[in-house]
Design a binder for this molecule. Structure first.
Ligand code: HAM
Length: 425
């Protein structure tokens, strides 16, 4: 039976795990510094959690959701994103305490979208996201953008572009959509059939069309920035001056709309010039001031972002960047000669692991030479060789795998002796 992983999914192992852990360590460190707490929500929700919030006319809801009925006939969907699920959880578990707002949450999880798989675009992918719920200070917008920017800066990326825009509130959007429709009506026949449908359902979605020509047409039309009301325009100005105050460089992208209906006001995206343009967004987000009330929660504003973990790792690898292990732990490979008394080496394994050293044992036990090669290839620092002689003398032979220096150490104080040799505590 030939079994493959489903199209658009990946098995993550080996070096990729180290890259991923490196990124996760950096983001967790920053979430502590920015005072965000973790939330874990289910990998699937009732379908309406996503369909009502993301928007019925969006590509995600129309074409990309993994939706199925459970055995009782209830419609469930594998999460295509984290925001709607967090909002559902925050309301259901009454987490919004008016005395300590905004509520700052972060999540790390796998998301599912039935997209056409290509480099950097998967059907199952991982996101790291944050949501700050309950306050509408423009400084929070700046803080959130700062955090996303800081993550990529600390990872070591350079060629980044931060695009920002404002979607305005319902009032601004109504006037703008009217004008956009007028304009698109004139060029209707040049739009693809999907966009002709979007024209009727929600013309803003034409900006997310995967066909270049439709996006070009939309970009030539009226700009939302010309329709912002006084309040939205002041808010956006304050966000921009806070970013300038933080020395964060940004570009105003008046054709940026993002593919979700829930956004209001500030939206943003960080792209890498080192990635192909179709999949160059490393992360993005925005304000969604009506979503909590639309879910039946309090009338409170919120803002957040998500970044693509797989894309981040892909870019690190493409740029030949190195991950730096969080801490140096000695990695020791135990090589017992064949036919030896197992409790003897299991005891040594226990002593080393109790001391916090990463240890593994060679169960192949055929040739010491082959075992040493395996240990070097897997990045071990030391090989610990135990033969009949060693057992008789109560010692172990320790080989440094970089220098090939070898030492005979007494079993009793083997941990202290290894630390002395390697200088690692
Ligand atoms: P999004 O822009 O759809 O936003 O996704 C955020 C990031 O996830 C993207 O910039 C990209 O790096 C990664 N990503 C998206 N789709 C894929 C895919 N098919 N394969 C690989 N990576 C992908 C959201 O999901 C919003 N929930 C963000 C947000 C949070 N807005 C407010 N709060």
């Amino acid at each position: 039976m030939a079994v493959n992983s489903p199209r658009g999914t990946s098995d993550i192992f080996g070096q990729d795990i180290f890259y991923r852990d490196f990124v996760i360590d950096r983001v967790r460190e920053l979430f502590k510094i920015f005072n965000f707490e973790e939330i874990i929500t289910p990998a699937f929700e009732y379908t309406e959690v996503f369909s009502r919030s993301i928007g019925e006319a969006t590509d995600i809801v129309k074409k990309e959701m993994y939706t199925f009925c459970d055995r009782k006939g209830r419609s469930l969907t594998l999460r295509p994103e984290g925001t709607a699920a967090v909002v559902r959880a925050v309301i259901e578990k009454k987490m919004l305490d008016s005395k300590s707002l905004p509520l700052r949450l972060f999540y790390i999880g796998n998301m599912f979208r039935y997209e056409r798989p290509q480099k950097g675009r998967m059907r199952e992918f991982w996101q790291v996201g944050v949501e700050a719920l309950g306050r509408k200070d423009p400084l929070i917008d700046a803080e959130i953008i700062w955090l996303l920017n800081e993550i990529f800066t600390r990872i070591g990326f350079r060629n980044l572009v931060l695009n920002i825009n404002s979607m305005g509130c319902g009032k601004c959007r109504e006037k703008y959509t009217e004008k956009l429709k007028e304009y698109l009506g004139e060029v209707f026949n040049s739009l693809c059939t999907d966009c002709q449908r979007r024209f009727a359902e929600n013309p803003l979605r034409i900006f997310d069309c995967k066909i270049d020509n439709c996006r070009k047409i939309a970009a030539k039309g009226p700009k939302i920035s010309d329709f912002l009301c006084g309040e939205c325009s002041d808010h956006f100005m304050e966000v921009r001056s806070a970013l300038t105050g933080l020395s964060i460089r940004y570009t105003i992208a008046d054709d940026l709309v993002r593919g979700f209906d829930y956004y209001t006001g500030t939206i943003f995206e960080i792209n890498s010039k080192d990635l192909e343009s179709a999949q160059n967004a490393l992360g993005g987000g925005g304000r969604y001031d009506n979503l909590l009330s639309e879910f039946g929660g309090p009338d409170m504003p919120a803002i957040g972002f998500a970044l693509g973990l797989d894309r981040t790792v892909m870019l690190m690898k493409e740029l030949g960047m190195q991950y730096i292990p969080a801490e140096k732990r000695l990695k020791i490979y135990i090589l017992p000669a064949a036919g030896l008394d197992k409790p003897y080496f299991i005891n040594i394994l226990k002593v080393l692991r109790d001391a916090g050293m990463t240890c593994d044992i060679d169960y192949g036990m055929n040739s010491i030479g082959a075992g040493i090669k395996r240990a070097s290839k897997k990045g071990f620092d030391l090989a610990l060789i135990i033969g009949e002689d060693e057992i008789e003398k109560g010692t172990v032979a320790v080989k440094e795998l970089k220098s090939y220096r070898q030492y005979d150490l007494g079993c009793k104080d083997v941990v202290e002796k290894i630390m002395e040799i390697t200088g690692v505590k």
